[in-house]
Design a protein around this ligand. Sequence first.
Ligand SMILES: NC(=O)c1ccc[n+]([C@@H]2O[C@H](COP(=O)([O-])OP(=O)(O)OC[C@H]3O[C@@H](n4cnc5c(N)ncnc54)[C@H](OP(=O)(O)O)[C@@H]3O)[C@@H](O)[C@H]2O)c1
Length: 281
Amino acid sequence: MAAADVHLMDFQNIFSLEGKVAVVTGGSRGFGLQVASGFLQAGCSKIYITSREAKACEEAIDALNALPSKRPDAKAIAIPADCSTISELDRLAAEVAETTDHVDILFANAGATWGAPFEKTAPDTFSKVMDLNVKSVFYTIQKLEPLLKKNATNDDPSRVIVTASITGVGLGTLGQNATFAYSASKAAVIHLVKNLAVDLGPRGIITNAICPGFFPTKMASSLVEMQGGFEVLRQETPNRRVGQPEDIAGMVVFLSSRASRHLNGAVIAIDGGHILNKGKL
Ligand SMILES: NC(=O)c1ccc[n+]([C@@H]2O[C@H](COP(=O)([O-])OP(=O)(O)OC[C@H]3O[C@@H](n4cnc5c(N)ncnc54)[C@H](OP(=O)(O)O)[C@@H]3O)[C@@H](O)[C@H]2O)c1
């Protein structure tokens, strides 16, 4: 056996994000805040979080900056912005560029949903969901691309990780709280990720999508309760658990680390196999 086959290079640090700079949209709560916490605890030196509400962003960075297990010099910075507006995305990118000359990781995660039966699904809510969940994801990436490519190489690529949803792979919620626009938007953003993976890959930016099932965040909790609650969800899920914050943070840290640098255009379900079980007769 060749020595090179057993002595993997610097394997102890393969999941480390030591010194990396990340931007997290929808970072004030839910997945965004959980992932920002994971980024800092995995070694990031700077995290920018954004969402519309300035107060919520400030509270989030206070909690992040108080984390005992982050690097002592690591910092979370809040830049409140409405990601559904192009001028706000320009401002976000400009304000990020004031305090860093590059970005290594973009977690494009801000998203919204709307539930209504077929007959009552209104055009303005449909457009709002598509705008934030698809168009704004594209333009967030476009506006931050100059910073993302600054230090990127094909061997050490920058990362874009997009929060899609398992509803973009299978069906969304139907009936009284149907989420037609939401599931269509998540299917669209998965396709966007595949196109971006091919277009941005050569310049050292790799793009992947995560597809969570239902998790207990502000967005999903009431919808799950309407469908019977998290205990019913747990019973329907093949691994008999409900997703926890660590399950998302762990996957996004992995997708930001050296361990995943050969994944590009991947679409990763994080649902305990729930979608597979739903498809059975
Ligand atoms: N939870 C689930 O079960 C689940 C499952 C699959 C996919 N997802 C996806 O996961 C992502 C995060 O959702 P979550 O569950 O963590 O929900 P959440 O707790 O409601 O968080 C949503 C975040 O997005 C921000 N946001 C909303 N509209 C925004 C806008 N126009 N501009 C900037 N920020 C905005 C919110 O802050 P402000 O309101 O202050 O702006 C908040 O920080 C979404 O893309 C969602 O579709 C969630």
